[in-house]
Ligand binder design. Sequence first.
Ligand SMILES: *Cc1c(COP(=O)(O)O)cnc(C)c1O
Length: 257
Amino acid sequence: MVPWNDSKDSKAWLGDALLAANVAAVQARIVAAAHRAERDPREVCLIAVTKTHPVAWVQHVVAAGVTHCGENRVQEAEAKITALRGQAHAPQWHLIGHLQRNKARRAAMLFDYIHSLDSVALAHALNRARAEQPDMPPLPVLLQVNVSGEASKSGFILYGGTASPQLPDFHAAVAAISRLPHLTVQGLMTIAPYSPDPEQARPIFRQVRLLREHLREAFPQLEWAQLSMGMSDDFEVAIAEGATMVRVGRAIFGERG
Ligand SMILES: *Cc1c(COP(=O)(O)O)cnc(C)c1O
């Protein structure tokens, strides 16, 4: 990453060349991490997390080769998605933040992926919304799981992963979601607790990978191809543990706000 200037003016001087260099640096780190893990780098999708940043910055990273963008909030995302729609290289949009049920309809119209599906009720709301759009294919969703026990994180509660006493409840939820025809379950998403040492996240990522293996056997009719895990501080560890989607904000755009 190009050295960061923390001054208040940084947004003004941050140019597209700097953003392009940061995108290239993150992509090179993804390739190197995949090779170290003896994985094909094409298995790992970079999602540039554009929350809080202006449309112009999204356009710069798209011009630099980013094809997937992530946002936390429906309303903020809508302006950016609308602005880029119809452009030659419009990215795919991923909702990665907690979704309130009353915004499910809007989200189902706007996003290509929902990473933050965290309840059966929300799944029903998304399914209903997508059913009203006969031209749209089933909505790809990831089930967000909280295996770490950190209370501030949303997601299905599964402390300890496959060893969790909540596993039967989760099975019931997956079974219910699997019956919704306008959603397609693609895999799991998790957020590791923050730590200055990225290695602290490894056991969390591993638990989610093992949970995915378990679900593959329990629900072979579902896809389970995707593991969305890893952010700026820990995406290389996540790739070593099998991540197929990494959600990277600060390593591309610098600190927020
Ligand atoms: C903001 C956010 C990210 C990106 O975090 P960085 O530390 O900026 O890379 C990834 N995932 C989720 C769910 C987020 O909210």
